[in-house]
Design a protein around this ligand. Structure first.
Ligand code: UDP
Ligand code: MG
Length: 344
């Protein structure tokens, strides 16, 4: 396998959660649009604990199609964990995370491969240019998210309107594999290694079938995860705010002392005292909440639980991975560097 000659191999890694309606359509579409490079393409589905027929459909496809493999996770770990499993286990020259619902148009992969091989670009990502199908609220909030994220995160910047759909060279994937934090904010992790990158614009279509698993509450938590795991500014801001309020309080204290010396003790002041107490109480609660966000995440990280548990592998990937996987005593596969599964 080499990027520079005709032996290059690109794996599409496809997280799947209850997608029985879309899997076959996806495979057909990929084989049709990528016909010219099909000999170089592999498809690795990661079944993220689906409760419907998805797993069976993939296993049936594997029987007649050598291009397809399956990594089965032991339960639903989330899309990020599913992608991490594939990044760890797949050894191709380049990897393309792609959704099974065809919202990431496979024909773009031709451009990705071209930029990767001919122009030596390490990360080629898709930029969504037309979000007209998203609701107004979603467009505004997502735009605000990218702005806030990039303001707060001083080192890692993420391009706006770029999802997980991209092609990554082997060396980028190898760096990402070393980032073993449990909080998998993939857009941030994908941007962390650096290297050369290039964006290809595309219009994001609607889902071909099935329904999305996202809602606003999940998106909000996703945004918080991203910000808190890539910036510590929200923690530091309280010191500055505290210092600022402290200065104001000092000035106010001098004012009160002077006033008392001149006019004597003046009892009324209930309203102003209440305002100050309530204001400071609110500020303290907010700052404790922010500290809590970080402490919660630290506690997740120190437990060092595996990000995923791959319970089974099928298809050609199984052959490729003979020595890359460690089988534990209790019969589950885990990534080689995390050969110990922690007790809960
Ligand atoms: N997905 C997953 N695990 C989950 C939720 C989703 O593997 O817990 C997969 C899903 O099957 C799909 C991709 O992640 O291939 C994107 O999901 P979805 O289309 O629901 O998200 P959206 O496109 O609306 O952001
Ligand atoms: Mg989708």
């Amino acid at each position: 396998m080499s990027k520079y000659d005709d032996t290059y191999e690109v794996s599409l890694i496809v997280p799947v959660y209850n997608e029985e309606e879309t899997i076959e359509i996806f495979v057909k579409e990929v084989e049709k649009t990528l016909e010219s490079v099909l000999d170089h393409i592999k498809i690795v589905f990661v079944d993220d604990g689906s409760k419907d027929n998805s797993k069976k459909i993939i296993k049936d496809l594997i029987k007649e199609n050598k291009r397809i493999s399956l990594i089965e996770l032991s339960r639903n770990f989330g899309k990020e964990a599913a992608m991490s499993a594939a990044l760890d286990l797949v050894k191709s020259d380049a990897i393309v995370p792609i959704d099974v619902d065809l919202q990431d148009p496979p024909e773009l992969i031709l451009d990705f491969i071209k930029a990767w091989r001919e122009n030596n670009i390490d990360i080629v990502y898709g930029i969504r240019v037309d979000r007209s199908k998203d609701s107004g609220v979603k467009r505004v909030t997502s735009g605000a998210f990218y702005k806030i994220f990039n303001k707060l995160s001083s080192k890692v910047k993420i391009p706006s309107n770029v999802g997980d759909f991209r092609l990554m060279d082997r060396r980028v994937v190898d760096v990402i594999k070393t980032l073993d934090e449990n909080n998998r904010f993939m857009k941030g992790l994908f941007a962390w290694p650096g290297f050369t990158s290039y964006g290809v614009e595309y219009k994001r279509p609607n889902r071909v079938a099935g329904t999305t698993k996202w809602n606003y509450w999940k998106l909000w938590n996703f945004a918080l995860d991203g910000i808190f795991s890539f910036s510590s500014l929200p923690l530091r801001v309280w010191s500055y705010l505290g210092a600022f309020i402290g200065c104001l309080s000092f000035l106010y204290m001098i004012y009160i002392l002077v006033e008392t010396f001149i006019y004597g003790i003046n009892v009324p002041g209930y309203a102003s005292i209440m305002c100050v107490i309530l204001f400071l109480g609110a500020i303290q609660l907010i700052s404790i909440g922010v500290i809590g966000e970080y402490v919660g995440r630290i506690s997740d990280e120190v437990k060092k639980r595996p990000i995923y548990v791959a319970s089974n592998i099928e298809g050609s990937l199984k052959e490729d991975l003979k020595d890359g996987l460690h089988k534990t005593d209790i019969g589950i596969y885990v990534n080689e560097d995390k050969s110990k599964v922690n007790n809960e």
